[in-house]
Structure formats: structure tokens, C-alpha cells
Design a protein around this ligand. Structure first.
Ligand SMILES: *[C@@H]1O[C@H](CO)[C@@H](O)[C@H](O)[C@H]1NC(C)=O
Ligand SMILES: *[C@@H]1O[C@H](CO)[C@@H](O)[C@H](O)[C@H]1NC(C)=O
Ligand SMILES: *[C@@H]1O[C@H](CO)[C@@H](O)[C@H](O)[C@H]1NC(C)=O
Length: 385
């Protein structure tokens, strides 16, 4: 089951054969991007995965677009936060400092005008099971650099590890639970969708937005937002889209559709993005629920790719100049292993154009006919299924 696929950190081991020097992930696009993090606690929900029955908290990063002329200072920001990097390194038996070698180019000082986020379109991101929001930082930054504010959520007990400020880290336990009890999969998906809804609620409050954007004059306009995610996070995206009226578009990167109610359906725009190994031919949920996606809908399958091609792994491999070992290579597919930057750009372009479509209703040439821009992207005709 695709949504149960757990990121296998061990495969990252071979990203480096010895500790590597700092590697800067370039940031292109019309905007610079600031990154700020905050813990958000929902006092109305008990966390069902917390053995101590505590309230549900999520850890989040806001990637916020800054006009280039307003950015006073650029900084190198670690791609992954410290403990996550060391958990990755230890789990994978990596030399110290390998996962933390990657750096993002961020805007760390903005000219004095107070931020007005109400005019910036908002996107929510949800990671895969056993993965981390950090493994999508480059992808999210690229989307933010085109003018979107993106809030990335870490779902605790579900991500490999979640680091909260001033609190002990929460290690992932859910992958094992779901493997032995698949009945929990829809429950976990609904919890994640509730995290998305909670995040939107929070971003509608100026006080909360000020945690990310000090001095913000107002909150985000959360009446219209979009959502995307990888794997179980793709599942989450489609579920949240059907359950939260504020969400106006959902982009599912290679996740099964699960947790739907008997009558769930949506008229909102949806993209199901698959690979040459996982798509509507192999995943019955994509076929079963296709008729219940009643609005604009597309299935794009990227040829010669595998499940992890939708994470940052392809671009990290490319930047580090490494040939991925067989384990990782097979999960990236041929294209992801050899042309990481290209496939990363293709995915970011699809994401960006889908967000543009959701917010502005304008379908780009890329969405209309992706194969003319990226020949590996196959637009699947569902009527023929
Ligand atoms: C948490 O709640 C469950 C179910 O209500 C209960 O059985 C368990 O004892 C509680 N655990 C703690 C640590 O309070
Ligand atoms: C990595 O760093 C940690 C903490 O600094 C240290 O305890 C550990 O021995 C180091 N491991 C290796 C393999 O160098
Ligand atoms: C879907 O997956 C199957 C099985 O791997 C593959 O044969 C087929 O080519 C894929 N379809 C597309 C459009 O990539």
C-alpha cells in the first residue's frame, strides 16, 4: 500500500561516502524566501497517538515570499534542523554532519515595512509517513519563491521525529502501528486532515501569524487556501480538501486516497501525480474515487520515476554529485537518479501551475499539455479506464 511506504533513511546513507562540505541549495524565482517555525497546540484535541493522552500539537515551518527588493540580508539556513539531521545520520549510519551539509539560501532580514500576509496566497503542505517536513524544504522553498506562502506541517508520532522548542522530541511510532493494524490508516489520515484544518484556523489569527512574521499587520486570508502532500500527505490533502470548505485545490503526490466517507466527493480541482510504478493502473483507490472527483481533475504520471521522486531526494543527489545506490535509485527511478534537477523542476512547475489554477482559474499550457514541456509527464485519460 503506497501510503504506508515509510521513508527508508538507510537509503540516504549512500548520499555520502564521507562527511561532505556545505552544499548550498540554490533558490530561483522572483521572490526571496524567509523561513520561520512555530509549535501550534490545539487544546480541543487529545492526541490519539500520545501514550500520555496529551493535547495535539504540530510543529510547523512557514516559507514566506519576500520581494527581492525588500530583502536586506541573505543567510545560509540548515536544510534540516539539528536533531532531525542527526536522527537521519544515526539511523542511516552516516558520518556526523552529512545530512546537515545542505543549506538553504533564505532571506533573514527584511526591510522595515510590516508584513501584510492577507494578500499572499496560502498553501499547506503535509509530509509522508515516517518522513519529515524537512525532506521537502527545497521543493517548498521553490514554490514559495514563486509568490506563495507555504506552511509545512510535521505530524507528530507520524514523522520520523518532530522537534519542538523547549520540549522533548517526539519520535515516529505510527509506521509500525499502521503496518500491524491497517484499520488505523483512515483514522490517521483524518487526524492529519484535522491538523490541516487546525493550521488554517491558527493562520486566521493575527497573534499566531505574528509568531512567524513579527509585526504582521493582519492574519492570512484563510478563506481560500490550497493543500499538497507526499504519500500519506497526499492522502491527507485529498481528505482535507473534501472536509474543509476553505481549501480550494489539492495536489496529491503519489498517495493513495483513503479515509473517505461513504458520500465524500468534491468539485474542487485535484491533481493525482503518480509515477511509472504507482498510478491508477496499480492503485485501485485512484480508480475507485476518480468519479467522486467531480471538478477539474488530472492524473499526471512521470515516466521513469519512483515514489521518492516527489521528495527533495533527487535534487539533493544531484547537488551532491552522487550516483545513488540501488536502494535509493529504485525509489527515485531512472529519471530521478540521473536528472534530479530536471525532475525536481518539473514537479515544482506542476505544483506552481496547479496553485495558480486553483487561485486564479487560469490553466497553463503546462497543465493543458504537460508532455509538450516535460515529455516524461504522461497525462492519463481516465475515460479509457
Ligand atoms: C489514556 O487514555 C486511555 C483511554 O481513555 C486510558 O486507558 C489510559 O490509561 C490513559 N493513559 C494515561 C497515561 O493517562
Ligand atoms: C557524532 O557526534 C556525537 C555528538 O557530537 C558524538 O557523541 C558521536 O561520537 C559522533 N559520532 C561519530 C561517529 O563521530
Ligand atoms: C502505471 O503503472 C504501470 C505499472 O507499473 C505501468 O506499466 C504503466 O506504464 C504506468 N502508467 C503510466 C501512465 O505511467
Amino acid at each position: 500500500m503506497r501510503s504506508l511506504q515509510v521513508t527508508k533513511w538507510i537509503t540516504l546513507a549512500s548520499l555520502s561516502y564521507s562527511a561532505i562540505a556545505q552544499i548550498k541549495i540554490p533558490s530561483n524565482g522572483p521572490y526571496s524566501v524567509s523561513i520561520s517555525t512555530a509549535k501550534l497546540t490545539d487544546p480541543t484535541r487529545i492526541d490519539p497517538w500520545d501514550p500520555n493522552n496529551g493535547t495535539r500539537s504540530i510543529m510547523t515551518s512557514l516559507f514566506y515570499p519576500i520581494p527581492k527588493s525588500s530583502c536586506r540580508k541573505h543567510c545560509s539556513t540548515p536544510y534540516m534542523s539539528g536533531l532531525t539531521a542527526s536522527v537521519v545520520e544515526q539511523t542511516a549510519g552516516l558520518p556526523n554532519g552529512t545530512a546537515s551539509a545542505f543549506q538553504l539560501d533564505t532571506c533573514c532580514k527584511v526591510s522595515s515595512r510590516r508584513p501584510n500576509p492577507s494578500t499572499i496566497p496560502l498553501v499547506i503542505f503535509s509530509h509522508g509517513l515516517g518522513s519529515s517536513r524537512f525532506l521537502h524544504s527545497a521543493q517548498i522553498q521553490a514554490l514559495a519563491a514563486s509568490g506563495y506562502a507555504v506552511l509545512a506541517i510535521d505530524h507528530p508520532y507520524d514523522a520520523v521525529v518532530v522537534e519542538f522548542p523547549n520540549d522533548p522530541p517526539v519520535y515516529g511510532t505510527l509506521a509500525g502501528k499502521l503496518a500491524s493494524n491497517p484499520g488505523l490508516i483512515p483514522i490517521g489520515a483524518r487526524l492529519r486532515a484535522a491538523d490541516v484544518t487546525f493550521a488554517l484556523n491558527e493562520l486566521s489569527k493575527r497573534k499566531v501569524v505574528s509568531l512567524f512574521l513579527p509585526g504582521a499587520t493582519c492574519a492570512f486570508n484563510t478563506k481560500r487556501a490550497t493543500v499538497f502532500g507526499h504519500s500519506y500527505g497526499g492522502t491527507t490533502s485529498i481528505l482535507a480538501l473534501t472536509s474543509d470548505s476553505r481549501l480550494i485545490g489539492g495536489f496529491d503526490m503519489d498517495g493513495a486516497i483513503q479515509g473517505f466517507g461513504e458520500s465524500s466527493r468534491t468539485k474542487k480541482p485535484v491533481i493525482l501525480a503518480g509515477t511509472s510504478v504507482h498510478n491508477s493502473t496499480t492503485d485501485s483507490s485512484w480508480r475507485t474515487y476518480w468519479p467522486r472527483l467531480e471538478g477539474y481533475k488530472r492524473e499526471f504520471d512521470i515516466q521513469q520515476t519512483g515514489h521518492y521522486v516527489y521528495t527533495d531526494a533527487p535534487v539533493l543527489v544531484a547537488l551532491a554529485g552522487l550516483t545513488p545506490p540501488p536502494g535509493l535509485g529504485s525509489q527515485l527511478g531512472e529519471l530521478g537518479s540521473t536528472r534530479g534537477r530536471y525532475v525536481f523542476d518539473a514537479i515544482v512547475s506542476l505544483l506552481k501551475d496547479f496553485m495558480d489554477f486553483s487561485f486564479k482559474g487560469v490553466e497553463s499550457d503546462l497543465l493543458k499539455n504537460p508532455g509538450t514541456v516535460f515529455p516524461e509527464v504522461v497525462d492519463v485519460e481516465h475515460d479509457s479506464l
